[in-house]
Write a protein that binds this ligand. Structure first.
Ligand code: FNR
Length: 369
């Protein structure tokens, strides 16, 4: 028999249920990684190589998990990252994630390729003050991109996350093997529906993405919007320094959930490389660092914050919770993370997130050392 929601005790439990209840094509699209899925596995194992150095005898009676991300106040330092095609998992789509995020006061990053329309997702947050960001795939037709960006700004979106690790979508063979026919209405508006569906969901929706995108386009984005600009999918310190130089407000150290370049490193390992260099150059306050990929436990969140991240993105677990149990599932997944984080902050000896610092982790197990 299927476990009831109260029997899900951690984020992995939702995945196990989703795998059993989801349609095969939807499971294939959500769960797949690129090529041999080595990077997708590494996203988990990298966290397992970092150990804590907890402090003792600091007053941890009250724990404050709140922080700010891109000037928005949030209750806990994770956000719902952008994942395309929410209606594959649940007929209501991304608005379920919006409602969960709203209840817990966390940020939702809205994907360009959402199944719900952008406005439906904004409407679902309206009046709550819940911050939302936009993930942008840049169209070959810049007029379309400009329209999307300006509309997002007008709707109060608080950050523009330009995906820079997907000039072409990676080869996800599980996904390619499963035939796919249900894209969702919004995808047509963004120009993504004019294609061959025999190659899986990812290929079917991505042909509009501009592979000629370059650093030269950054000033153009800065000229068309006042929203902070964040590059999503950065893998090395040279590119973070270039981003600082160009006045970009943030980067997401990410490998797209292991769905793009196989053998790209985990975001947490890249963070361990980047932050010391920024500190050495006195640039740590010039840019916000975010990490995603494989975050499943509050201890993962705490490790990333110790190493200097402002916050972490979480993708698949919320898709699985939504697919298996709808809004109550997303609500419970978020609550579990809050409870885990409160407990583990106590155990590490930090009563607020600004007390998390590099001395609280040992990263010698990471392969960069
Ligand atoms: C993604 N991701 C993604 N990223 C992006 O910039 N645009 C997109 O449209 C999508 N779509 C998407 C779909 C699905 C099904 C997944 C699983 C992921 C990547 C996403 O934003 C994030 O980088 C990873 O999902 C983080 O890894 P975890 O938390 O899924 O392990």
């Amino acid at each position: 028999r299927m476990p009831i929601l109260e029997q899900c005790y951690n984020l992995m439990d939702f995945e196990a249920v989703a795998r059993r209840v989801m349609k095969k094509t939807a499971w294939a699209y959500y769960s797949s990684g690129a090529d041999d899925e080595i990077t997708m596995r590494e996203n988990h194992s990298a966290y397992h190589k970092i150990w804590f150095r907890p402090r003792i005898l600091h007053d941890v009676e009250t724990i404050d998990l709140s922080t700010t991300m891109l000037d928005s106040k949030v209750d806990i330092p994770f956000y719902v990252t952008a994942t395309a095609l929410g209606k594959l998992g649940n007929p209501e789509g991304e608005v379920i994630l919006t409602r969960g995020a709203r209840k817990h006061n966390v940020v939702q990053m809205i994907p360009t390729l959402a199944s719900c329309s952008f406005d439906e997702i904004c409407d679902a947050a309206e009046g709550s003050g819940q911050p939302q960001w936009l993930q942008l795939y840049v169209n070959k037709d810049r007029a379309i991109t400009e329209r999307i960006v300006k509309h997002a700004e007008a709707r109060g979106v608080k950050g523009l996350f330009i995906t820079v690790d997907a000039p072409q979508l990676g080869r996800r063979e599980k996904d390619m093997r499963s035939k796919f026919d249900d894209v969702g209405s919004n995808v047509q508006d963004t120009g993504g529906d004019n294609v061959d569906r025999s190659q899986g969901a990812a290929r079917a929706i991505s042909s509009f993405i501009d592979p000629s995108l370059s650093w030269k386009d950054v000033p153009w984005f800065q000229s068309i919007t006042k929203m902070p600009i964040i590059l999503k999918g950065v893998q090395r310190v040279e590119d973070v320094l270039q981003a600082v130089e160009m006045g970009v407000q943030g980067v997401v150290l990410s490998n797209h959930g292991g769905r793009q370049l196989d053998f790209a490193r985990s975001g947490i390992e890249v963070l361990a490389e980047v932050m010391p260099v920024l500190r050495e150059k006195g640039l740590q306050d010039r840019i916000e660092l975010y990490v995603d990929g494989g975050v499943r436990r509050a201890t993962d969140i705490i490790k990333a914050l110790c190493l200097g991240a402002k916050g972490v993105g979480i993708g698949r677990p919320f898709l699985y919770a939504m697919s298996a149990y709808g809004l109550p599932g997303v609500d419970r997944a978020m609550q579990l993370l809050k409870d885990e984080m409160t407990m583990n902050m106590r155990l590490i000896g930090a009563s607020s997130v600004d007390q998390l610092e590099p001395s609280m982790v040992n990263t010698r197990g990471l392969s960069m050392h």
